[in-house]
Design a protein around this ligand. Structure first.
Ligand code: NZQ
Ligand code: ZN
Length: 385
């Protein structure tokens, strides 16, 4: 196991009816800005619960954060914060709203030129406003990590940043808020959670971090068992609770400590969203099976563990083990309603060319061994036509 030092400061308020507890978390007298998305929280009662919990505070609101949150929208919120003298933000929604708020709280204090530099130049964040989160879509882990992904449609970019200063002070995880998720978002969320785990588990490492591997396998088994049930019985509390807690653990940083991590599937997937607007989960469902196929030699031991431990498929030899496991992963994604090929989304060679050209320009080294070249990315995507 590699050395590590790690802290995760996010306080979790988990369970039915916990939105009301936010009152105790936000300093009395603070001016609060509630930031949310396109209105799902008004249809499912979350908005009303938040309004009740914030009675007594001076509350402002900003609706309209898009899925794959846009830089320009975030900058409108920055202007509103300065105008109103806001002290504390509350992100209410899925990963997009929480990620947007992370960028906003850092951009408010950014002293360089354009806050876009936080994303494009990895510019240092020295200060950020405090914020809390109320999660309504289990998927990204954003509720308990310091990462954020922001898009800029005008230049077809989707970039991420991370800072210890943008962890939420608290996050409310009330599984009942997820009952109203459309099947598409349930599927996206389960695929995203699955791939967060495989990015940290499906690597060349073997044997040196058994505890982390077994914890990840527990998460994978949980979502493989519970994901389809969430589609069948959307108001089963325990199913929703298991999925919500699993997605938080998949990317709160703890289990990934001490071992190498891949993240190639995410990096390639982000370009598909930047160019073609696909949902984050959709891009991952396309790319992961290709990464498994092209990188199978260095990942073989973990692919075998995934197949045998999680899906109960073990081949007679290496080749059949790899093929059976990839098929099991694809079948699972499809069972969650998330299509796994570029053609399912109307994409063809042109998309492959565009992503590969972008990857050449970026000169990023992908994979846990920094050995996935642009040519290999072409191979990965060509397998996924
Ligand atoms: O905007 P509203 O009306 O709220 O509707 C949303 C949105 O249309 C809807 N929704 C959310 N909760 C709902 C609901 N509808 C009904 N009932 C509910 N309870 O779902 C739609 C999608 O929401 P979004 O927040 O975009 O989805 P998700 O949570 O999957 O977030 C995706 C974003 O997170 C980034 C992705 O790249 C993408 O931009 N990621 C962030 C990460 C992180 N911060 O660590 C890691 C991830 O790998 C990912 O990259
Ligand atoms: Zn993701």
């Amino acid at each position: 196991m590699e050395n590590f030092s790690f802290v995760n400061p996010v306080k979790i308020l988990f369970g039915k009816g916990t939105i009301g507890q936010i009152k105790g978390e936000i300093p009395a007298g603070d001016k609060v800005l509630v930031v949310y998305g396109g209105g799902s929280i008004k249809k499912n009662g979350v908005y009303g619960q938040v309004a009740d919990a914030l009675s007594g505070y001076e509350v402002h609101e900003f609706p309209g954060i898009e899925p794959n949150p846009q830089y320009e929208t975030c900058m409108k919120v920055v202007a509103l914060i300065k105008e109103k003298g806001i002290d504390y933000l509350l992100a209410v929604g899925g990963g997009s709203v929480i990620d947007a708020v992370k960028f906003i709280v850092a951009a408010v204090y950014y002293e360089g030129g354009d806050p876009w530099e936080i994303l494009s130049k990895d510019a240092e964040i020295k200060k950020a406003l405090p914020f809390g989160a109320i999660l309504t879509l289990p998927a990204t882990g954003s509720e308990m990590n310091g990462n954020s992904v922001i898009s800029r449609a005008g230049i077809q970019e989707k970039l991420s940043f991370a800072s210890p200063l943008v962890y939420p002070k608290f996050s409310v995880l009330d599984p009942t808020t997820t009952y109203t998720l459309p099947p598409r978002q349930v599927g996206n969320g389960v695929v995203d959670t699955f791939v967060h785990i495989t990015e940290q588990y499906l690597t060349h490492y073997e044997g040196d971090s058994m505890l982390q591997d077994k914890l990840f396998e527990g998460l994978l088994k949980t979502i493989v068992a519970e994901g389809p049930k969430a589609l069948e019985t959307p108001t089963d509390y325990d199913v929703r609770a298991n999925l919500m807690w699993a997605s938080t653990w998949a990317l709160n940083g703890w289990f990934g400590n001490g071992r190498p991590q891949d993240w190639a599937t995410h990096m390639i997937g982000h370009e598909l969203t930047a160019f073609y607007g696909l949902d984050h989960g959709q891009t991952l469902a396309i790319v992961l099976p290709g990464v498994m196929k092209v990188m199978w030699k260095s990942k073989f031991e973990k692919i075998r563990s995934l197949g045998c431990e999680v899906f109960g498929v073990c081949g007679a030899d290496q080749a059949s083990t790899v093929d059976k496991t990839i098929k099991a992963v694809e079948d699972f994604f499809e069972a969650m309603g998330v299509k796994t090929h570029l053609s399912d989304y109307g994409l063809d060679e042109e998309a492959i060319d565009k992503v590969c050209k972008r990857m050449e320009e970026r000169r990023w080294k992908l994979g846990e061994c920094d050995d996935i070249t642009p040519d290999m990315i072409r191979e990965i995507l060509t397998l996924r036509r």
